[in-house]
Design a protein around this ligand. Sequence first.
Ligand code: TRP
Length: 329
Amino acid sequence: METVVSGIRPTGQLHLGNYFGAVKNFLRMQKEYNCYFFIADYHSLTTHPTPSDLHSNVRQVLAEYLAAGLDPELATLYVQSDLPEVAELTLLLNMNAYLGELERTTSFKDKARQQPENVNAGLLTYPVLMAADILIHHAAKVPVGKDQEQNLEMTRKFAGRFNRMYNTEYFPIPQPFNYGEQLVKIPGLDGSGKMGKSEGNGLYLADDAKTITKKVMKAVTDAGPTTPNSEMPESVRNLFTLLDVVSTADTVQHFKDKYNTCDIRYGDLKKQLAEDIIAFNAPIRERILDISSNDDYLSKVVKMGKEKAHESAAKTMKEVREILGFRSF
Ligand code: TRP
């Protein structure tokens, strides 16, 4: 079975966009591949979180992914810093990563612009740490969004360079993962663009009913259609896209008809949408609350993941040290 590796940044809560995007793919992959999913807490140190924020973010993200359906019996689910082999592999790969190529990485340039007071070496070598995450398990495939394509390209480059340098085919060159199906892009409620944390337009899986209602009722629309069967503005189309994923086909059709005959009342549409999102979220939200109050369960999951991940990582490091020429006396 092919190995898939993916890192999850411990930044904030899961929203519907994540759920119908990355999470949906994870749930399918865990059944079809040998998956290693980890919370990338080493990576998050590049922005200097406080120790208590770091821990609570890791905990929150872990609880939410478990609640959303990641199964620690199917996938190896671990915390990156529980695998210090990754730090060692990063150090070794750093010797063959060049300043010029690291400085040219888009994500480095972006970050350096965003936090000019903290352009640390960890930001520069972020792609090397990511390569270590991937190569330590000999991944064949890595699911990556647009923003991570270049980082995966760097991993491929580092793996190929290592193989050439030591005249081996030790590291497989990982491919970007693609199910070949378009995922629905979940829009935000602010009229245009997709749902995102930085956009501040997220409907979170952990949101309670009141919060969801408030957010949905404030969604941007227009003045309403005046000619039958007119084209919808983006803001209204977005509400229908959301309705599509959480409501029944009948409900969607009902409001489409109303729109087409110019009888639609956006207030009714929003009320229905809020209700259906609340119903959709309810069981997941309940599991989030359950799991995040269950220390025993969380520590059991983390321990199990750590052991499984360590097995794979320790083997790789033993072989890499051998290839590099480290010998015991
Ligand atoms: N850089 C990824 C992100 O920002 C997270 C990540 C870290 C990752 N290591 C990885 C993703 C390895 C895939 C494989 O989302």
